[in-house]
Design a protein around this ligand. Structure first.
Ligand code: NAP
Ligand code: FER
Length: 305
């Protein structure tokens, strides 16, 4: 059991987040962040309750969110914590729709794709934490929305509950290009890419002139031991005059209050739905993480302690 020092609080975890980026953190390779090494605590977003406080502004019982990772208790610096109001929204939403994935959807789509009413938006990974929100934001902005995901139950949910205009299951579809042409008769203006690989290869040739592509994730590639050779896509960028931009959500950190306020308002107004796939028990965290990478989740995958 850790002990809180001055300026710290002792927190008891309530929810742990499992996210695709964690796969990259355990490769031992440094990117913008240090890798998690063997013996380290696995890093990740967390929600918990204050047990003991040696910091002003926090009292036992407060719900907080932070990055203390996969552990049951932690002594966390108060400066790394954000207090949550359990009356405003269930605290687990701080790891999903009102947290990092929500901000990824909001800023990564609106700021990079700059969608206009009537445009066609394609979203890959469309039934997951980020993609399910992107599709709904696109509808709020008046776009025609087409989603791609890996299970019939996910396709049903996206079309019946989330308002996607069309969607298909990439695991039971052999020719993505023909399917996309059928579902996007006016071509594609915006593509929000969560997955990369063969799905993205099929989207590029169907982009309209001045189309915009937001590269959010490439989950189909995260587990590969060597890079996959792919078709050459830059010619499509040239002749269609596309804008393709990758981003990491943390670049928008100073604008999170705006994003959280807007997403919370859409939730209250019933314009935005969200779903959580909750795995119970700390001992099942690794199972939840691997399951998320394999598509077990509809919406945001969480572990409840
Ligand atoms: P998620 O979509 O909730 O969960 C991952 C999903 O990926 C699975 O449910 C699975 O659904 C799908 N998937 C797994 N392998 C796949 C494959 N080979 N091809 C196609 N789909 C596959 O996860 P998330 O947290 O919302 O993240 C979605 C993407 O956004 C990830 O690529 C992640 O790295 C990225 N992301 C980026 C940022 C950023 O700052 N740029 C921030 C957050 C997330 P199916 O059943 O559909 O296969
Ligand atoms: C993600 C995929 C990749 C993500 C961050 C990254 C915050 C960053 C990769 C790296 O540079 O290590 O889903 O989410």
């Amino acid at each position: 059991m850790p002990a809180a020092r001055d300026g710290q609080v002792l927190v008891k975890s309530a929810y742990l987040s499992v996210d695709p980026y964690m796969r990259g953190r355990i490769t031992g390779i440094r990117t913008y962040a240090e890798p998690v090494n063997i013996g380290d605590v696995m890093q990740g977003g967390t929600v918990g309750q204050v047990v003991e406080s040696k910091a002003s502004g926090f009292v036992p019982g407060d719900f907080v969110t932070g990055m203390w990772g996969w552990q049951e208790f932690a002594a966390a610096d108060a400066t790394t914590l954000r207090k949550l109001d359990a009356k405003l929204a269930p605290v687990s939403t701080a790891l999903g729709v009102l947290g990092m994935p929500g901000m990824t959807a909001y800023f990564g789509f609106l700021d990079i794709c700059k969608p206009k009413p009537g445009e066609t938006v394609v979203v890959s990974g469309a039934a997951g934490a980020v993609g399910s929100l992107v599709g709904q934001i696109a509808k709020i902005k008046g776009c025609r929305t087409v989603g791609i995901a890996g299970a019939d139950s996910k396709i049903d949910w996206m079309k019946k509950e989330l308002g996607f205009d069309a969607a298909f299951n990439y695991k039971s579809t052999s020719d993505y290009s023909t399917k996309l042409k059928e579902l996007c008769p006016n071509g594609i203006d915006c593509y929000f890419d969560n997955v990369g690989g063969a799905i993205t290869d099929a989207v590029f040739p169907l982009m309209n002139v001045y189309g915009r592509i937001s590269i959010c994730g490439q989950i189909s590639q995260y587990n590969l031991e060597k890079p996959e050779p792919g078709p050459r896509l830059l010619s499509f960028m040239l002749v269609k005059q596309l804008k393709v931009e990758g981003f990491i959500v943390f670049r928008f950190a100073d604008r999170y209050p705006e994003g959280i306020t807007q997403m919370a308002q859409w939730l209250r107004e019933g314009k935005l739905k969200h779903r959580e796939e909750v795995v119970e028990g700390f001992q099942n965290t690794v199972k939840a993480f691997i399951g998320m990478l394999q598509g077990d989740n509809t919406g945001k995958m969480l572990v409840k302690m």
